[in-house]
Structures are given as C-alpha cells and as structure tokens.
Design a protein around this ligand. Sequence first.
Ligand code: HEC
Length: 220
Amino acid sequence: MIKYFILAFALTAVLVVGIFGVRGQKFSRPPLELFPDMDRQDKLLSQAPDRFFANGMGSRRPVDGSLPHATADGVFPLEFSTGMDGYYYTGAIDDYFGNGLPLEDLGLDAGSMPAFLRRGAERYDVSCTPCHGSSGNGKGITSYYGLAAIANLHDPRFGRDQYPDGRMYHVIANGQGLMSGYGATLPVRDRWAIVAYVRAMQAAKAAADSAGEPEPSASN
Ligand code: HEC
C-alpha cells in the first residue's frame, strides 16, 4: 500500500515541478497570451517618445500652480512643516500644547488680523465645512451620509480654556481618531488661520447664546 502511495507522491511531485517549476528561462518568442492583462495600454511613459503630443515627448511639465511634493534635495517644503520644531510648526511648547497664535511667526498685527481671519474662513469652508458644517456644529453634508460622531466644535470641550490653540493646530495637521490630518494640503499658516477662525466662531456662538438668541437651525 505504502509503495503505491510513495509512487503516486513521486509522480505528483514530478508533475507539479514540471508544470510550475519552469522559472527564469528566457524565451525569444512572445509568450502565449490568453488574456491581454493590460500589457498594452494608452498611457504616458516619462522620458519616452509619445505621438499624442505635438512636441512628441511623453514627459509633461506640471500644470501651472502645482505644489512640489518635495524640493530637489528631497526635503518637504517648509510650509508643510514636516520635521520642524517649535510652536509655530507643531503647536506644542515642550511637552504641552500652547495657547495663542504665534503672532510673530505669522507676521500678524491688528491691521492684518481681519484679512487673516477671512483667509481662515475661506480655508475652513474648503477643508472643514463638509464634515463640521459651516457653523462648526458637526452637521456638515457628510453627516447626512453616514459619517458619525463628527465633533461639534461648539462643545465646551473644544473651547479655548480646555482645548488649547496648539492642540487644534495639531489636530488639523495630523488628524485625531476618525478624522484624518490635513497637513499635506494645508500649509502651516493656513492651519493657524483656521484655528483663529474657529475661535471667532466659538466666541460668536457663545455671545449669541448669552444674548439669548435662538439656536441656529439644524441644517448647518
Ligand atoms: C472628513 C470629515 C472631516 C473633516 C474634513 C474635518 N474633520 Fe474634524 N473631525 C471629524 C471627525 C469624525 C471627528 C471626531 C474624531 C474622533 O473623535 O474620532 C473630528 C474631530 C475634530 C476635532 C476634535 C478632535 C479631538 O481632540 O477630539 C477638531 C478640533 C476638529 N475635528 C477640527 C477640524 C478642522 C479645523 C477641520 C478642517 C481643517 C476638520 N476638523 C476637518 C471629521 C472631519
């Protein structure tokens, strides 16, 4: 009995090696192609000629206004802060999140503050409104499509005395829990502008509340 088993085993082994074991040889003829496997497709190859473009080159210049992913020496641009230290870049002072805008680094004074806040409002609208809502109440459009537990930025937990500016900066840059970070698309200065704008929204809401105004309607 065991004899037949060994025989069958040996045959199977030979068969398996015979079928799958051919590796690494070079064939001069193109392989048999049952399915094209997307081997041939219309695509651009950099540094290769291409008949599609008038100048005959496959390499294209980046679109005007493209942001470099890294400078020529491989360093991520400064305004996205990777690897940088200090309050302006991290929101932290030693082991703690700091409070207050880094006015000097931002080059801000009373005269330039309104424009800075307007910038913050505009960037907030682009990057945060879809989830947190234009008023910051956490009821942005994505909340109607199943993204649950979006933070209500008017919750006292996120007020300035409990939640320092540096921490909000850090969350914008790196994300927190379910929220991913926006450091790759928001330069340092814009992150601070958003922090400033969120603070202004919080203050406006608190002032309206204490003046006894009715709640804003549920739609953001
Ligand atoms: C894709 C949806 C989405 C976007 C866009 C978004 N957030 Fe969030 N955010 C969330 C969710 C969800 C949470 C709750 C995260 C958790 O607790 O897991 C959250 C939490 C937060 C928190 C509280 C974090 C904590 O410590 O609990 C802050 C502050 C915040 N977001 C600010 C912002 C700001 C400012 C922007 C714009 C730059 C922004 N978010 C963009 C979804 C989003």
